[in-house]
Design a binder for this molecule. Structure first.
Ligand code: HEM
Length: 507
C-alpha cells in the first residue's frame, strides 16, 4: 500500500520532470541543428544558450571574446541563439548604412533620461529623425568650426594648459575628462556650462561619470530590470522616509540635478542673448517641453565626456611611452611649422590653422583606431521581414551588430594592427586609404553616426596641439600597460586604473 501510494504520488512529478527534459532536449536539438542561426559559424554552445555571452558581458571581456571568435570563425559569428556579430564592410554597410531600416535594440532603454527618449535612444527611424532634426545643425562641421563656437572650446584648452604649467605631474585621465565636460556643457547650456578645469564645483559629476565603473549595474539593469526596479523602489522609499532627494539617474543624482537645473536656469534667464548653444536651439523649437530639452542635453553630455576624455587620454599615454616618443617629435616638428599661430598666453592655436595639419589628424585617427573609445557592438534589430547580411539569411528579430574593436583589427586593411602607427593614414595608396576609411568606425556610420564627432575632433585637435607644441610628456612609473589596458565598461573601453599621471616637461 505504502509503496503504491509512493508510486502514484510521484508519477505526476516524474511525468513533469520527463516532459521538461524532453522539452529541453528538443529545444537544444532544434537550436543546434534546425534553427535559422544554427548554420552561422560559431561555437556550438552559442547556438544553444545566451549564457556564454552574458558570462563575458559581466566579466568585462565580451568585446575581446567576440574578436577572438572572429579570428577563429571569420567575419560572421553567432554569439548567442539570438545574436550575430559581423566584422566586414559588407555587414557594416547593410546594418548601419544610410538606407538601413534596422532599429536599435531595447538595450538603449538604459540611456533614457527624465523619462523622455532623445536622439540617441529613439529606436526607430521616424522617431529618430524627428529628434535629430531639432539639434543636428549645432554639430555640423561648419557650425563647430566657426570662431564663436570653436574659440569657446579653445578657452577650455587654455584652462587645461594652465593646469599643465602649474603641475609637473598631471593625472590626464581626470583632467581631460574635466576638459571634455566643460567643452560639452558650455556647448549645451551656454553660461550654465561647467568650469571644472578652474573651479572644483561640479567635479563630482566627472567622478560619477568616469571615476567609477558602471558595467555590472548597467548589465543588471538590462537583463534584470524588474529586480533593479524593485530594489530602486525600496531605496526610493527609504530615501523618502529619511527626507533625501529621490531623483534617480543611472550615473548619479548630481548629474541628474545639474542637467535639470541648467535647463531651468536657461529658461528663467530672460536676459540671455545666447543663440549659439544647443539649449537655445531646443527652446526655440520646443519651448514648452522642458523635460524633452533636459533629456536631449543630458544625452549629449553623457555621450560627450567619457568618449572624448578616454580618446585623448589613450592618445597622450600611448605617445608618452619610450617606444612611441618619436610621434611626439614628429608632431612637434609639424606644429612648429605654424608656430606663430600659437597665442603665447593661452598656448593654444586657432582650429582653422590646426585643420591644415595632416600628421595631427593622423595621430588622432590612429589613437581612435588603436583603442576605439566605444569598442563594443552597437546593437541593431533585423526588421520582421528578415535580411540578407553579408550573404547570410538572418531572420527578423535577430540582434546583429559590428564592433569597432574588431573592424579596426582587420589585418588586410590595418596590417600589424597592434602597432600604433599614425603614418598608415598618410599613405598615397588611394584604394587602401578608402578601405581604411570604410573600416574606421569609432563614431559609427550612416544615419545613427555620432552627432558630436565634429565637436570631439575640435576638442582633440586643440588640446593635442597645445600640449605637444609646448611639452614633452612621459608616463610616470605607475602608468603601465596593465594599468592602461582596456576595461570594457559596456559603453566605453576605459583605462583599467581610471588614472594616468603623466610628467609634463616644458620644451
Ligand atoms: C571621441 C569622441 C566620441 C566618440 C568616439 C563617440 C562615439 C559614438 C558612437 C560610436 C555612437 C553610435 C552609438 C550607437 O549607435 O549605439 C555615437 C552616437 C552619438 N554621439 Fe558620440 N562619440 C563621441 C563624442 C560625442 C560628443 C562630443 C557628443 C556631443 C554631442 C556626442 C553625441 C552623440 C549622440 C547624440 C549620438 C547619437 C546619434 C544618433 O543616434 O543619431 N558624441 N557616438
Amino acid at each position: 500500500m505504502a509503496v503504491s501510494t509512493f508510486v502514484t504520488g510521484t508519477r505526476p512529478v516524474l511525468v513533469a520532470v520527463l516532459s521538461a527534459v524532453a522539452y529541453l532536449a528538443g529545444a537544444v536539438i532544434y537550436r543546434l541543428f534546425f534553427a535559422p542561426l544554427s548554420k552561422i559559424p560559431g561555437p556550438k554552445l552559442t547556438s544553444v544558450t545566451s549564457l556564454w555571452v552574458m558570462y563575458h558581458e559581466f566579466k568585462g571581456d565580451r568585446t575581446v571574446e567576440i574578436d577572438r571568435l572572429h579570428s577563429q570563425y571569420g567575419p560572421v559569428v553567432r554569439v548567442s541563439p539570438t545574436e550575430v556579430s559581423f566584422n566586414n564592410y559588407d555587414g557594416l554597410r547593410e546594418i548601419y548604412g544610410i538606407k538601413s531600416t534596422f532599429s536599435k535594440s531595447s538595450f538603449y532603454d538604459l540611456f533614457v533620461y527624465y523619462n523622455e527618449r532623445n536622439t540617441f535612444t529613439s529606436l526607430d527611424k521616424p522617431n529618430h529623425s524627428a529628434k535629430k532634426r531639432l539639434v543636428a545643425d549645432r554639430y555640423t562641421k561648419s557650425y563647430v568650426m566657426q570662431p564663436s563656437v570653436a574659440d569657446k572650446v579653445r578657452e577650455h584648452a587654455a584652462a587645461f594648459m594652465k593646469q599643465a604649467s602649474a603641475q609637473p605631474v598631471l593625472d590626464i585621465y581626470t583632467w581631460l575628462h574635466y576638459y571634455a565636460l566643460d567643452a560639452i556643457t558650455n556647448h549645451l547650456y551656454g553660461i550654465y556650462g561647467t568650469q571644472t578645469l578652474s573651479n572644483p564645483e561640479y567635479r563630482g559629476i566627472v567622478y560619477d561619470l568616469s571615476g567609477v565603473k558602471h558595467r555590472t549595474r548597467l548589465y543588471m539593469l538590462h537583463y534584470f530590470g524588474w529586480y533593479m526596479w524593485l530594489t530602486s523602489q525600496l531605496k526610493l522609499a527609504v530615501r523618502k522616509l529619511s527626507g533625501q532627494s529621490t531623483q534617480f539617474h543611472v550615473r548619479g543624482n548630481r548629474l541628474n540635478d545639474y542637467g535639470q537645473d541648467s535647463v531651468s536656469s536657461f529658461r528663467r534667464d530672460q536676459t540671455t542673448k545666447d543663440t549659439i548653444s544647443t539649449c537655445a536651439k531646443l527652446f526655440s523649437q520646443i519651448p514648452n517641453n522642458e523635460p524633452a530639452i533636459a533629456a536631449e542635453c543630458m544625452d549629449h553630455l553623457v555621450a560627450g565626456v567619457d568618449t572624448t576624455g578616454d580618446a585623448m587620454c589613450i592618445l597622450m599615454w600611448r605617445i608618452s611611452t619610450p617606444e612611441y616618443k618619436h610621434v611626439q617629435d614628429t608632431l612637434f616638428a609639424e606644429l612648429s611649422s605654424i608656430k606663430d599661430q600659437f597665442d603665447p598666453t593661452t598656448k593654444t592655436a586657432p582650429i582653422a590653422a590646426l585643420e591644415k595639419l595632416p600628421y595631427l589628424d593622423a595621430v588622432i585617427h590612429e589613437a581612435m583606431r588603436w583603442r576605439p573609445p566605444v569598442p563594443m557592438t552597437l546593437f541593431r534589430i533585423v526588421p520582421p521581414s528578415g535580411a540578407l547580411i553579408s550573404g547570410q539569411v538572418i531572420p527578423g528579430g535577430t540582434t546583429v551588430g559590428c564592433q569597432a574593436y574588431s573592424l579596426h583589427r582587420v589585418e588586410e586593411v590595418f596590417p600589424n594592427p597592434d602597432l600604433f602607427d599614425p603614418t598608415r593614414w598618410l599613405t598615397e595608396d588611394v584604394a587602401h586609404l578608402a578601405a581604411m576609411r570604410n573600416h574606421f568606425w569609432p563614431f559609427s556610420s550612416g544615419g545613427r553616426m555620432c552627432l558630436g564627432h565634429n565637436l570631439a575632433m575640435v576638442e582633440m585637435k586643440l588640446i593635442v596641439a597645445a600640449v605637444y607644441m609646448h611639452y614633452t610628456t612621459r608616463a610616470t612609473p605607475e602608468v603601465t600597460e596593465e594599468s592602461m589596458r582596456m576595461d570594457d565598461q559596456l559603453t566605453s573601453g576605459v583605462p583599467y586604473a581610471l588614472s594616468c599621471p603623466l610628467e609634463f616637461v616644458a620644451r
